[in-house]
Design a protein around this ligand. Sequence first.
Ligand SMILES: [Zn+2]
Length: 497
Amino acid sequence: MATAPVGSSTLDAYREEADRFLAALDEETYLHFAGLKDEFEVARIYERFSDLTTLDACRRLQSAVESDGSAALELWRFACEGYLGDQTRDLTEEIARLEATLEVEVDGKPIPFRMLRPAIANEPDRARRERLDRARIELTDEQLNPQHIRLAAMRRDGTARLGFGTYRELYDRFAFPLEELGVQCRRFLDLTEDAFVEASDRLFRRRLGIPLEETSRWDVPRIFRASDWDDGFPADAMLPALVGTLADLGIDLDAQANVHLDIEQRPKKSSRAFCAPIEIPDRIMLVIQPIGGPEDWHALFHEAGHTEHYAHVSADLPLEARRLGDNAITEGWAALFEFMVNDPAWVARRLDFGRPDDFADEAAAMHLYLVRRYAAKFLYELELHEDRDLDDMRSRYVELMRHATKVEPSAADFLADVDPGFYSSSYLRSWAFQAQLEAYLREEFGRAWFARREAGSLLRELWSEGQRLAADELLDEVTGAEIDLEAVVERTQERLR
Ligand SMILES: [Zn+2]
């Protein structure tokens, strides 16, 4: 960018450039993770577009925000996040390199760091799970945390150069509803305390034979992995179920010229489904390699929710509404599709296994665990990003997580378990958005709303808005309500036995 993004014509040039940048990143992501290209060459893309995210660009966009209200707010956030990303890129790459290369010996055999979590989830022997977890924590504390501590300091310095006292202040200025969400999280934790203890105790006993009060953190991934339901969710039925579900909503997946379904088997393809919105709305990639089981079905439907959202976004909208904006919206559409898989009414229509109500009950217990964990994680991030003393944050992390999950966390995860850009707030708000929207759809179109063409028409209309509005505004337009985590309480309690 040679010219200053201040006047409207230069803002347009900035938008165009940013659009090309994001398209290039998404294309590279697609090629690499679809197994079509070994290298993941993002460095040269960052290099090519580096003028978008200079300190100077951030300052100019900030003055555009200050002079014309909120019109350039999303561009300014984009520039600042890019600036902070540039500042910390070497260090995040170093952390990724360490994570990819570190190994540790457990029971006389070397295990790569990144295999430790899956190994814990797949390990039936409890004592060995503990040894794997202790090895993971030791590596995290000794090898990774020094880097994470440097990263936190660099983010702090970058935020100061942007003219803000703390990362939290910066995001308040980006109009993230942090304070309000914090209040909702505390309330959610209070409201669900008893139901959570009862439901997770029941789930943990059923899956591992361990009561909640005896559960250790190395048991949790195993509980979440161990599923008697794998046979009910076969790999070869995934795509037909998706095609059929979309057809019920009036969407012909095969006829969508802008949706590219990548289902080819490739050795280096990501085993988890993903969506790469290379051009929004013109070229959206939905990439899958079906392996079956509830987790894989959830992932496919989640990514299909993103895909249909992006594929229906109106091409006339500016970059801010197509690619930027409130991510609680796209995560909300993804969650709407993902949680269909837990709905006994949907299961009855698309799958054939006994006891779908039991499956829904277990899924609700797991969701409650996840939302409580994220509520605590978000409350922790609020404190962390107010720049309290890092030494105190280890114990705060443990206190908040222990209170939410009733399982002793490890203090070593106090920095690794942090989402940049308060993305945890987008997930939390997306789960509320999903719960409220689903309640509305059921009221309007009946319990089997997902089989009604009218519901599909409404979804397409809402998808076409992209992320022009904040999730609260969009929800308000449809249901007259703002985002409220309490809706998650109602939805999960209905599913729990
Ligand atoms: Zn998502």
